[in-house]
Design a protein around this ligand. Structure first.
Ligand code: ATP
Ligand code: MG
Length: 361
């Protein structure tokens, strides 16, 4: 067991009643006070994993340990875990104060204490003065705040948030991302946040778990996952990238040379016991690539031609085409972008070899 694990999922298997096994052997250690995000495509098992942590769903086998206590067989209300849902799930017939107070009323906390706590929560989520409104009289963002206040009022050890912002429009969503992140820092509660929006995951998380078909593809900080993806799935899922195909054509003692997209001797990588004919996937981020008409010593380069340009505000995206027809996307800041004298001329896409991510196929 990792010394800093606060919430542990140990050898979790989940087979549904219909016989389908979604989670084969999930192991995950989450730190105290961490903002951890489960990220992955629809159907990969994010909600199912949250529901098992919350106790709404039982694992077929394996253990769930929270703060040193095995809660695998405990009911949801015995777990010190609360959930915020995508659709808010507020009680429509109760006013805001009663919605927020619900958890404490169930616990039979004295009325005076509840009132004081509700006021404190309203302040935290910036809804002071709204206590007697009904949920139908609130905007989406305000309802989401009430849902959060309701979930944190009884001091859960872990707060689970299943796509809590996905019903909001883009601007409000960005604002709530920041607020939620600040709130998490202030409260020090461990957050497990689910999203399938990679940008949201990158901006909010201490660490991200990229999930694929019920399994963990990679766990790491946003920077680790973005800069050093270990699989093609992760490289492709997080941000935009160019995926190129490489094959070993020369093996030396300390390095091997790869052909890239059918071009000869393009990339040298450390020889980790590779052989001639080994296949690789090479990922290069569009913002790491530059277009040049002359190649600089030490850079990786491929000959190409211009296809089209797209303005995206502060940057320019250019689509270039390699000799074999493969398209490469280049993302340059405006002002630093390559100026074409002749758009039909042969030029180069180049990058620093440090920005090549090589993944064994
Ligand atoms: N009770 C169930 N019985 C059978 N299959 C289920 C059950 N619950 C979920 N599944 C299946 O498990 C898979 C994962 O579902 P889950 O809801 O965890 O995905 P998700 O990652 O949350 O997806 P989304 O991003 O769309 O919310 C899906 O294929 C789903 O159909
Ligand atoms: Mg889901």
């Amino acid at each position: 067991m990792a010394a800093d694990a606060f919430l542990q999922l140990e050898n979790i298997v989940k087979t549904f009643d219909d016989g389908e096994t979604l989670v084969k052997n999930l192991n995950l250690h989450i730190r105290k006070g961490e903002f951890l995000t489960l990220l992955g495509p629809s159907g990969c098992g994010k909600t199912t994993t949250l529901r098992m942590i919350a106790g709404f769903e039982m694992p077929s086998s394996g253990k769930i340990i929270i703060d040193g206590e095995d809660v695998t067989d405990k009911s949801p209300n015995e777990r010190c875990v609360n959930t915020v849902f995508q659709n808010y799930a507020l009680f429509p017939h109760m006013n805001i104060a009663d919605n927020i107070a619900f958890g404490l009323k169930m616990k039979k906390v004295p009325k005076k204490q509840i009132e004081a706590k509700v006021q404190e929560m309203l302040k935290i989520v910036k809804l002071e003065g709204y206590e007697s409104r009904m949920p139908s009289q609130l905007s989406g963002g305000q309802m989401q705040r009430v849902a959060i206040a309701r979930a944190i009022i009884n001091n859960p050890k872990v707060l689970l948030l299943d796509e809590p912002l996905s019903a909001l429009d883009l601007k409000l969503r960005k604002q709530m991302q920041l607020e939620l992140k600040h709130l998490q820092r202030e409260l020090g509660i461990t957050f497990i946040f689910v999203t399938h929006d990679q940008e949201e995951a990158l901006t909010m998380s201490d660490r991200i778990v990229v999930m694929n078909k019920g399994d963990i593809e990679q766990l790491g900080t946003p920077e680790e996952l973005y800069e050093r993806p270990r699989t093609k799935f992760v490289a492709d899922f997080l941000g935009e990238t160019n995926i190129l195909e490489g094959e070993t054509i020369k093996v030396k003692e300390t390095e091997v040379l790869l052909n890239l997209e059918e071009e000869k001797d393009i990339i040298r990588i450390p020889n980790l016991n590779y052989h001639i004919g080994d296949k690789f996937i090479v990922s290069v981020r569009p913002e790491r690539i530059r277009i040049k008409d002359e190649v600089e010593e030490g850079d990786v380069w491929l000959q190409c031609k211009f296809k089209e340009r797209i303005y995206i505000g502060s940057n320019i995206k250019t689509v270039m085409v390699l000799k074999n027809g493969k398209e490469i996307i280049v993302n340059e800041p405006i002002g630093q972008n390559f100026k074409f004298d002749d758009e039909s001329a042969e030029v180069f896409v180049t990058w620093n070899p440090n920005h090549t991510v090589v993944i064994k196929a």
